[in-house]
Design a protein around this ligand. Structure first.
Ligand code: FES
Length: 79
């Protein structure tokens, strides 16, 4: 399956050694329900944990040598 970015809803793409890219129709919220305005239609969310502007990526993952794959490492959980 190829993602074009025109799909309904949102797509989440884990970039190798980098952030999660979110595109489409999404709402970003804090755990207590406050909306976080992304300010753009596509956002990069930090998954290295070191960004100074969490939940957004600020590029720090490159400086710290963050390593993570872009594909699923194991089978998805079953119900
Ligand atoms: S993934 Fe980019 S700063 Fe964390």
């Amino acid at each position: 399956m190829t993602i074009t970015g025109d799909e309904p809803g949102a797509t989440v793409v884990p970039y190798e050694n980098g952030p999660l890219l979110i595109r489409g129709d999404f709402t970003l919220m804090t755990p207590d329900g406050q909306v976080i305005e992304p300010g753009r239609a596509t956002v990069a969310l930090c998954r290295c944990g070191k960004s100074a502007i969490k939940p957004f990526c600020d590029g720090t993952h490159k400086a710290i040598g963050f390593r993570a794959g872009s594909t699923r490492d194991s089978d998805p959980p079953r119900d």
